[in-house]
Design a protein around this ligand. Sequence first.
Ligand code: HEM
Length: 136
Amino acid sequence: METAVAEACDGKLTGCNPPTVLNAGDSTWLMWDGRADRLWNQALLPLLNPVEMNSNASLLLARLSAEYEEEYRAIFGKLPSEETDDNQLLAHFGKAIAAYERALSTATTLRSTRTSSASCRRWRSARRRRTRPTWD
Ligand code: HEM
């Protein structure tokens, strides 16, 4: 059945319509009511929300250990199982998701080496002038 809200665990429905993740890295405030102000921190909300992913630090540890152990060590310098603090594990997870989300920028797909906000400004300005963006 098609609904205006997102369907998640066991057919449960979230309270509202999910905004696009595209360009989320450019937003100052996230979620409809603006309750998240950091991308890495917002990424923990769906993970821990019982209606969405219904997860927790132990489940996250098991999943990261089974599937992303080497990638985790390459980025954060230790295995997920070597983290001594659940909050650190969660924060690292959030930062990895946030890095991925920043790559989902409609502007940086034009030129991936630019920061998305600078790219956005150039792209919007070029569009107004009906020219191609210029990159210095
Ligand atoms: C790693 C997985 C996920 C990521 C990275 C993610 C990312 C995001 C982001 C960035 C926003 C805020 C967008 C904005 O304010 O412009 C958002 C909102 C939302 N997402 Fe997700 N999401 C994830 C998983 C899910 C799942 C599994 C569901 C439900 C099935 C879901 C449902 C929603 C809903 C309903 C909102 C709006 C919530 C509100 O404003 O109260 N998300 N998500």
